[in-house]
Design a protein around this ligand. Structure first.
Ligand SMILES: Cc1cc2nc3c(=O)[nH]c(=O)nc-3n(C[C@H](O)[C@H](O)[C@H](O)COP(=O)(O)OP(=O)(O)OC[C@H]3O[C@@H](n4cnc5c(N)ncnc54)[C@H](O)[C@@H]3O)c2cc1C
Length: 486
């Protein structure tokens, strides 16, 4: 703890966001850079608690008080080493993580938590600027070959760890871009794609092979996958979107959020999209169904495309502003969350059930909905949804985006052909060694865990890499990552 009174002397001051009017005119990141003195002052707020709950909050077990101290002292290189010891990609988590570490920071009991996420970003960006982050090819190769299917954060973390353990790693990706949702889901205004590419280039320099536009199970037979590699890590994500089975769903103008977001990211990367395919919000009334992060990403994108007005509707009730007594610190606070995109415009509404869509000539014109009430039942049971009589209403809309979450990985194709067992939620079932029911086939990230977060995907990728190394070599020096695995 560099400065014993830091948390008394200074308040929480995150970096400033660019003005809303400027942001809405481009796809650049929300945040302005921090100055060094500001980052150091924020690092000084860490209390170096006897029990650092932030460790428990971070799925990667980041050694947060140590790097806060190093930042306060101006030891940026030391801070980088501390951070990289547990986190392969702080440049991603430092930008998009919802920061469960901050929710469990002890300061947040009666004050504002340390700005851990932004400190992370400052450390890693200084690492790149100063040339401290370099390719780290392994000193020796083991001769073992590992395939990683899927190039999202789980696949990338597994690939980097396995490569560092000396295995020859090939990442196989069906999209034309490496990065999974980092590249094609999360919008540029949260994570610019040159940040993803910078890391992919380093990993290629470390000796990892990246293959794109190869859909395993379609363009690449699973028999070949299983015979050519000594082990396989399935990091194929949770890509089966939750659908809305109501009349009119097939009208032109109703799209899944990922169709919309990934197209926009592809367009910004310079791809040409035909007029018939293009999903544009310009001049339209846009409705987003789903009040979560994906919905907020659609909101920010629609506003940048020039939507006339954007409604973001959520089926569940509006969360409280403050933690309820039943949700105390250090639990994740179940409170209303706003993304920077919410500062930019849009109308949020809650407890709304969409009943149908209508239109003419096959084109969407209206959304029909009803207001609902969530009634508490017996203790231990879920609240039940009741439609409020005479509360039906409609919104004239030409573009509606379904951002209602994801169910599980796509079960047909590759997974069915490999024959892995699924768990009760439809995800890839794993044993205590993170191996699936098929020997030598492991899994990581959303494909095994269900829809989650980048930080969890990295943690899962690291843990699965350790399990694969142990399986191949009978021993491993790769570290554990997941809290219940060591
Ligand atoms: C719009 C959106 C915004 C999000 N924003 C955030 C955020 O701000 N912060 C956060 O922490 N989390 C966010 N998330 C969640 C986060 O992105 C995911 O939890 C994370 O990317 C999961 O990583 P993964 O590697 O398991 O899978 P993914 O990132 O989904 O990657 C899986 C990859 O596997 C590939 N694949 C699938 N099947 C095959 C096959 N048969 N052959 C070859 N390749 C295949 C896919 O093309 C994909 O590239 C967001 C999610 C979405 C949808």
């Amino acid at each position: 703890m560099g400065k014993p009174t830091g948390f008394i002397d200074s308040g929480r001051e995150p970096p400033e966001r660019r003005p809303v009017t400027e942001r809405r005119g481009d796809y650049r990141e929300f945040y302005l850079p921090w100055g060094e003195a500001q980052a150091q002052e924020q690092g000084s707020r860490c209390m170096d608690c006897a029990v650092p709950f932030c460790h428990m909050g971070c799925p990667l077990g980041n050694v947060i008080p140590d790097f806060n101290h190093q930042v306060y002292k101006g030891d940026w290189k030391g801070a980088l080493a501390t951070l990289l010891a547990t986190n392969n990609f702080p440049e991603f988590t430092g930008r998009v993580c919802p920061a469960p570490c901050e929710a469990s920071c002890v300061l947040s009991i009666n004050s504002d938590p340390v700005t851990i996420e932004y400190i992370e970003k400052e450390i890693v960006e200084r690492g790149y600027e100063n040339g401290w982050i370099k390719a780290e090819p392994p000193a020796e190769r083991t001769g073992k070959k590992v395939a990683v299917v899927g190039s999202g954060p789980a696949g990338l973390a597994a690939a980097q760890q396995l490569n560092r353990a000396g295995h020859l790693v090939t990442v196989i990706e069906r999209a034309g871009y490496i990065g999974g949702l980092l590249a094609l889901g999360i919008p540029e205004f949260k994570l610019e794609k040159n940040i993803v590419q910078r890391r992919v280039d380093l990993m290629a320099e470390e000796g990892i092979t990246f293959l794109t536009n190869i859909n395993v199970g379609v363009d690449y037979p699973v028999d070949r996958l299983l015979s050519e590699f000594d082990a396989v890590c399935l990091a194929c994500g949770s890509t089966q979107a939750r659908e809305l089975d109501v009349p009119g769903r097939d009208l032109d103008g109703v799209h899944l959020a990922m169709e919309y977001l990934s197209q926009q990211n592809r367009v910004l990367s310079g791809e040409q999209v035909s007029d018939e395919e293009r999903i544009e919000a310009e001049g339209k009334v846009v409705v987003i169904l789903g009040g979560g992060d994906t919905g907020a990403d659609c909101l920010g994108t629609a506003l940048r495309q020039g939507a006339e007005v954007v409604h973001q509707l959520e089926l569940l009730a509006e969360p409280p502003d403050q933690r309820p007594a039943s949700n105390p610190w250090p639990q994740w606070p179940m409170v209303l969350r706003s993304s920077p995109a919410h500062e930019e415009g849009g109308i949020r509404d809650y407890s709304i059930l969409t009943k149908s869509f209508s239109g003419s000539n096959g084109k969407l014109e209206k959304l029909h909905a009803v207001r609902v009430e969530w009634q508490e039942g017996e203790p231990g049971t879920r609240p039940s949804m009741v439609e409020i009589p005479a509360s039906e209403f409609e919104i004239e809309t030409e573009l509606t985006l379904l951002a209602m979450g994801f169910l599980h990985p796509e079960q047909d194709g590759m997974l069915a052909q490999i024959g892995v067992d699924l768990d009760g939620r439809g995800n890839i079932a794993l044993d205590e060694n993170r191996m699936s029911s098929v020997p030598g086939v492991f899994a990581a990230g959303d494909a095994a865990r269900g829809q989650s977060l980048v930080v969890w995907a990295i943690a899962e990728g690291r843990e699965t890499a350790r399990a694969i190394d142990l399986h191949l070599m009978g021993k491993t020096s790769l570290p554990h990552s997941l809290p219940n695995h060591g």
